[in-house]
Write a protein that binds this ligand. Structure first.
Ligand code: MN3
Length: 206
């Protein structure tokens, strides 16, 4: 495989305003995510065998990565995978709530969509330092809310993320300053439930 590349955003930098300011989106995508991609490629430079793997495969099986570059792949491979999904699961004009199988699984697992949101927000607010709050599924379709530190991916724990919010300060500080809970609450306005539902279906059958 050729080098890992920064995916193009499926919308303009200002598309998610007022929830996420254009300047945050621009720095987040063109600087932060781009740096993870660059650093991942640098780490893999001397390891042609690993260059044929996708970033998802790399973080899914960190045991297959030599110790010398394990931390770099965990942080930067994770950063690449996490942010690629993050851009995909947001949209300026999505449905306000999920439907079908996903909604049923949310109701079964958490009671209601509002209960799920509260749980995701709570895990994000409580994440000390930097990291992510996630909705993950197993192959049976059972949902769970978890949080990971740094750029650790749920894939490393054998869990498939279908929705995740970035609680690194770079994701919100320019606009929300210290008010991470306000960012977490507002973020649901830009969730792309259609894509989350697609990821849920794909994870269940695989
Ligand atoms: Mn980020």
């Amino acid at each position: 495989m050729s080098e890992h590349t920064l995916p193009t955003l499926p919308y303009a930098y200002n598309a998610l305003e007022p929830v996420i300011a254009a300047r945050i989106m621009e720095l987040h995508h063109s600087k932060h995510h781009a740096t993870y991609v660059t650093n991942l490629n640098t780490a893999l430079k001397e390891y042609p065998d690993l260059q044929s793997k996708s970033a998802e495969q790399l973080v899914k099986d960190l045991d297959a990565v030599p110790d010398t570059i394990k931390a770099a792949v965990r942080n930067n491979g994770g950063g690449h995978v996490n942010h690629t999904m993050f851009w995909e699961i947001m949209t300026p004009d999505g449905a306000k709530e999920p439907t079908g199988d996903l909604l049923m699984a949310i109701q079964t697992g958490f009671g209601s969509l509002d209960d799920l949101k509260a749980k995701v927000n709570d895990a994000g607010a409580k994440r000390f330092g930097s990291g992510w709050t996630w909705l993950v599924t197993d192959a049976a379709g059972t949902l769970e809310v978890i949080s990971t530190p740094n750029q650790d991916s749920p894939l490393t724990e054998g869990k498939t993320p279908i929705l995740g919010n970035d609680v690194w300060e770079h994701a919100y500080y320019l606009q929300y300053e210290n008010r991470r809970p306000d960012y977490l609450k507002a973020w649901w306005e830009v969730v792309n439930w259609d894509v989350v539902a697609e990821k849920y279906s794909a994870a269940k059958v695989s």
